[in-house]
Design a protein around this ligand. Structure first.
Ligand code: GDP
Ligand code: MG
Length: 302
């Protein structure tokens, strides 16, 4: 498919928690930009991932999942971040799960279409469908729900390079003509320290799974290169209760050790530097509902 003239634009990935937004972002950019997990609300910040090709540059905006938010301030800030990220983009990629439209997905559609920005619908996780013909009624129903600029069935997790290229080109076609806004070798707007924090969080999800308390945050206290060219990172894992601390630490410190070891490897791979990683778990009651403490941990209302 030919794209006439150079294209440049911002594209938000939006949808319910856990539909595969961050997985797709990483696949499209070709690098782990945003962490993923089986647990909803893994993504808590707005994160940019930049894809540069000879005739287009797409700046993907990964967002936390959108859901009717209640409860703790942390939760409300996360959803607000997601919805405000949709206001100033050129195109919205709305991801839904291949299992029919739910009430929650309808609500998400309402939020996403408020700004009158073109929306492209991606029906994700189609690897889970045996008979692909069952997709046709869902595509038809989607078409009736909203005038999407495109409706594309995908599998974030198992797309081939060819599929990914086709998706990127389809996206680029809907972007304004314009020159790249980022250097060709830049893949994200986030620095290595932020990425290290996220990779530690990813291992918390991965190692602890359902056991991980929702109110867990990571804060890097020390981040310095010493003479031996080793980057020394010391980080605190914040939880809200003593009981949660013992879950994260595990029997004889087993869990924390595993989290630290895996995270160190991931950080080394991402920032191409040898790393020493020290992790501590500390309790701070009520941090997820305290504006001041959330701010200190990098969660701000935007
Ligand atoms: N089977 C399958 N699983 C997927 C697919 N895309 C994402 N997942 C899984 O769904 C979960 C949530 O993915 P994530 O990207 O973190 O979702 P997000 O909350 O929308 O960013 C993870 O366990 C992913 O591995 C897909 O296309 N097929
Ligand atoms: Mg995500």
């Amino acid at each position: 498919m030919a794209i006439d003239g150079k294209r440049f634009g911002y594209v938000a990935l939006a949808g319910s928690p856990n539909v595969g937004k961050s997985t797709l972002l990483n696949k499209l950019v070709g690098e782990k930009i945003s962490i993923t997990s089986r647990r909803p609300q893994t993504t808590r910040h707005r994160i940019l991932g930049v894809k540069t090709e000879s005739d287009y540059q797409i700046v993907f905006v990964d967002t936390p999942g959108i859901h009717p938010s209640q409860g703790r301030r942390l939760n409300r800030i996360i959803v607000k971040t997601a919805i405000s990220s949709l206001a100033d983009v050129d195109l919205v990629l709305l991801l839904i799960d291949q299992r029919a439209w739910s009430g929650e997905q309808e609500w998400v559609l309402e939020q996403v279409t408020q700004n009158r920005i073109p929306v492209m619908l991606l029906i994700n996780k189609i690897d889970r469908i045996r008979d692909k013909r069952t997709l046709l009624p869902l595509i038809e129903e989607s078409r009736q729900r909203y005038p999407f600029v495109e409706i594309v069935p995908v599998s974030s997790r198992f797309s081939s390079a060819e599929d990914l290229r086709r998706i990127s080109e389809t996206i680029a076609k809907h972007l304004p003509v314009g020159l790249p806004g980022f250097p060709a070798d830049q893949r994200t707007d986030r620095n290595d320290k932020f990425r290290a924090t996220e990779l530690i969080r990813e291992q918390l999800f991965s190692v602890l799974g359902q056991e991980l308390p929702y109110s867990t945050a990571v804060e890097i206290e020390k981040y310095e290169e010493n003479d031996k060219q080793v980057l020394r990172i010391e980080a605190i894992v914040w939880v809200e209760k003593e009981g949660q601390k013992s879950i994260v630490v595990g029997k004889n410190g087993q869990m924390l050790k595993m989290i630290g070891m895996n995270a160190r490897k991931q950080i080394e791979m991402t920032i191409h530097h040898k790393v020493f990683l020290g992790l501590w778990v500390k309790v701070r009651k009520g941090w997820s509902d305290s504006a001041r403490q959330l701010h200190a941990l990098g969660y701000t209302e935007s």
